[in-house]
Write a protein that binds this ligand. Structure first.
Ligand code: ADP
Ligand code: MG
Length: 247
């Protein structure tokens, strides 16, 4: 069974002339860390929005754990944890209040939710900040809270959109190390997007490179580097996506 199975996905946003996704096929197996890599505007966030049911494809099928998202969105939503690119947090609530809100959304309540939040805050070095307003948090701190909000309900599939962009080295290391350990321990599936190739090469079991709404290449980082006789994933990425600077 695949955790994620995308078949021939086409998506053009209203008012746009060129497709954001142009025939995407992608199969991500269970129990692995998968990196969807591509430059700005490649279609990474659009792909993620489709998987979470936020937007619908013009054509093609999205299945999560063998269930078509069109018929099973409600069930699927409980099995996936989405960590969006933009901070999905309430700036005028405290850190704790934010996490309680997201826990409640997934039906978590009471003492067990409270304990879970406290454990995660401790794990992510935020225990002293639980009663501070999110608006006072740094980018790296917000990223960590955003991540906790997405995994409180123990999803089988975690989807993170550029979780390490715009954060300091320490936060980034904390996030990556946590995800690696969490994946190993719980045998869940992680899909993450990034344009940080060095990080992805080290972090991911499998990767795909996307550009202009098409998957260009897919495989294990080491195998791809060997196959294409490049020194690292970044060289391969540049070979495939070119030098032109994106918006
Ligand atoms: P990435 O996450 O890889 O940077 P996106 O999926 O956000 O790329 O965007 C893919 C393409 O779709 C880009 O050309 C972008 O400008 C366009 N796009 C993204 N969101 C919208 C939207 N809401 N309306 C119109 N065009 C959009
Ligand atoms: Mg994006």
């Amino acid at each position: 069974m695949f955790a994620i199975d995308l078949q021939n996905i086409h998506k053009t946003y209203a008012g746009s002339t060129s497709p954001a996704l142009n025939g995407v096929h992608l199969q991500i197996k269970e129990d692995c860390i998968f990196g969807l890599l591509g430059p700005n505007g490649a279609g990474k966030s659009t792909t993620i929005s489709l998987m979470s049911g936020l937007i619908q494809a013009d054509l093609g099928e999205v299945c999560i754990f063998n269930k078509n998202i069109k018929q099973h969105l409600f069930d699927i939503k409980y099995q996936i944890g989405i960590v969006p690119q933009e901070y999905a947090l309430f700036p005028t609530l405290t850190c704790y209040e934010n996490l309680r809100y997201f826990g409640n959304l997934y039906g978590l309540r009471g003492a067990s939710l409270k304990q879970k939040i406290k454990d995660y805050l401790l794990l992510f070095g935020l225990e002293k900040n639980e009663d501070k307003l999110i608006s006072s948090f740094s980018g790296g701190m917000k990223r960590r809270v955003n991540l906790i909000a997405g995994i409180l309900h123990d999803p089988k599939l975690i989807i993170l959109d550029e979780p390490t962009v715009g954060v300091d080295v320490q936060s980034r290391k904390m996030i990556i190390d946590f995800l690696k350990n969490y994946q190993r321990e719980k045998k869940i599936t992680i899909l993450y997007t990034s344009h940080h190739l060095e990080e992805a090469q080290e972090f991911c079991d499998d990767i795909a490179i996307i550009d202009h709404g098409k998957i260009l290449i897919e495989g294990q980082p080491k195998a791809l580097i060997q196959q294409y006789q490049v020194k690292n994933l970044e060289s391969l990425f540049i070979n495939l996506t070119g030098y032109s600077v994106r918006e």
